[in-house]
Design a protein around this ligand. Structure first.
Ligand code: HEC
Ligand code: HEC
Length: 462
């Protein structure tokens, strides 16, 4: 009797549970696809099927993105061979933004509302080449050196003229007498020891080894949803695949912090030169130390902030005392490139600077108010600002990305800035001239053409 009651209670409970599940499924079906913060951890499709699905949309998405870029930017990019990055590449000269039936002078006279209403703002957020897809994506110049980073489903989108040196110089805070210690060599697991043994202490050398060692991440690993064909690609990426020689190759990614997908920012790899003098890390994440960022980058950013994916794909958890600290001890030696025209205050040396550069400096500190946020000697205030660029454009979808407000962003330092085009967190400004046009609008400065030229000349001297 007792057993029977138990059984009927049990049956009742099971029945109820099934009923609840059925109702939930019906509601689910009615609402359509549920948007989740998590990726599908259990794949019921094969690598070949995933690859075929990605290849099926590759051409069409690339075309849509190329159309967006062509509508926004001029394709012929000028460069002044006399002005080069530290590694010798000519610095691109702009502005490169295409204006739709309006001149810079006319734009300057319009209010933010008028620019927004007429859709004239040339520097809207830049979508990722396939924004719905995302992931780490490397420029062609890097793939030539490191073919294991090739994705079968996506090609990099920006022209090489607006990217940094393919193999940037390395300057060490501890050995300024040496100049560029890389001397045109790409530092990898194959040569780091011979280049740096004798220059670094064993702890820093071990840190550097970890910075050039591959660890699994979202697209480069052994699971069926990887985006690489190459077995060595499956082993993962290294920190210096993006922060090449401690600087940047402009490899791009979608920021891990934001959901849903269409609101995630495209982010271009920042330089790690000068992390020693900075106090906030990440465009928005605002981690407080390089140690935290190094640890977090591999644990979460490598996997789009999805801790379940990280566990599945083989996250390499760095040990704080014997690995993270070693890595950041090396990173903290990476100096800004030499700026021979700056004095000990980080200001222009009047004996060396040109008249135009000096006029640019006066504007930077005065009328243009750049120094309010970019303070000498490194031209950062080590905080974040909300520039409210959304005053100038409507919130609407473009190629899978919502043209939404950026929110507060870190004030990236301007020391050595000519070495790291394109500019802003997503690379929407391709040249320093474009950044001057951007801030001229954002701050409503109404600068004359000659003043804009002087400001750009000053930025190149930093
Ligand atoms: C996909 C290429 C890529 C790889 C690989 C990569 N990073 Fe980054 N790194 C980025 C991007 C993009 C950002 C900007 C993140 C943001 O804005 O939130 C960044 C930011 C940083 C920052 C903060 C810089 C700043 O100025 O705020 C540090 C420090 C850093 N990375 C260190 C590392 C370390 C250490 C590794 C290896 C564990 C690594 N990164 C691997 C692309 C990469
Ligand atoms: C209110 C603070 C503020 C003022 C004023 C300001 N900036 Fe900035 N600047 C920022 C922030 C924040 C960023 C990062 C924005 C982003 O990445 O979206 C930035 C980014 C930049 C960059 C790109 C840095 C990089 O690494 O990509 C350049 C160049 C620059 N500013 C130049 C200027 C100039 C020139 C002026 C004056 C005409 C100026 N800024 C005025 C806060 C400011």
């Amino acid at each position: 009797m007792k057993a029977q009651t138990h059984r009927s209670v049990l049956f009742g409970a099971v029945f109820l549970a099934l009923l609840v599940a059925a109702i939930a499924a019906a509601v689910h079906a009615q609402q359509g696809k549920v948007v989740s913060s998590y990726g599908p951890t259990n794949q019921d499709v094969t690598f070949e099927q995933i690859k075929a699905a990605r290849l099926a949309v590759k051409t069409e998405r690339a075309k849509a993105h190329a159309e967006l870029l062509n509508a926004r930017y001029n394709l012929d990019i000028k460069a002044d061979p006399a002005i080069t990055m530290s590694g010798g590449k000519p610095v691109p000269v702009g502005p490169t933004a295409k204006l739709a039936g309006v001149t810079w002078e006319q734009l300057d006279k319009m209010t933010p509302e008028q620019i927004k209403d007429r859709g004239f703002f040339p520097y809207k957020p830049l979508p990722f080449p396939d924004h719905a897809e995302g992931g780490m994506l490397f420029p062609e110049m890097t793939l030539k050196l490191l073919p294991r980073l090739t994705r079968f489903d996506l090609d990099f989108d920006l022209p090489e003229q607006v990217l940094p040196d393919a193999v940037p110089a390395i300057y060490l805070t501890t050995r300024p007498d040496l100049g560029d210690v890389a001397k045109g060599r790409l530092v990898t697991i194959n040569n780091f020891y011979e280049i740096f043994n004798g220059l670094l202490n064993p702890k820093q050398l071990e840190g550097l080894r970890l910075l050039v060692t591959q660890f699994p991440q979202q697209q480069f690993n052994a699971t069926e949803d990887r985006r690489t064909d190459r077995p060595d690609g499956m082993l993962g990426v290294t920190c210096f695949d993006c922060h090449v020689n401690g600087h940047t190759n402009d490899a791009t990614h979608l920021v891990g912090d934001i959901r849903p997908q269409e609101f995630r920012h495209r982010i271009d790899t920042p330089s790690l030169r000068g992390v020693n003098i900075q106090r906030l890390f990440g465009s928005q994440r605002a981690l407080k130390t390089v140690e935290d960022f190094t640890e977090f980058e591999q644990r979460a950013a490598y996997f789009d902030g999805d801790i379940c994916m990280a566990a599945k794909k083989g996250v390499n958890v760095l040990e704080r005392g014997s690995q993270v600290h070693f890595m950041t001890e090396f990173l903290s030696l990476l100096d800004f490139p030499p700026a021979p025209k700056l004095n000990i205050y980080g200001e222009l040396d009047t004996a060396q600077a040109t008249r135009g550069e000096l006029r640019g400096e006066a504007l930077f500190n005065g009328k243009a108010q750049c120094a309010k946020c970019h303070a000498a000697p490194y031209y950062t205030d080590n905080t974040m600002h909300n520039l409210m660029a959304e005053r100038f454009y409507k919130q609407e979808m473009q190629n899978g990305m919502m043209m939404a407000a950026d929110g507060p962003i870190k004030t990236f330092p301007l020391r050595g800035i000519k070495d790291s085009p394109p500019y802003l967190h997503d690379g929407r400004c391709r040249t320093l001239e474009d950044t001057v046009e951007y801030f001229n609008l954002i701050q409503q400065l109404h600068l004359a053409a000659a003043e804009k030229k002087d400001l750009a000349a000053f930025l190149r001297a930093l």
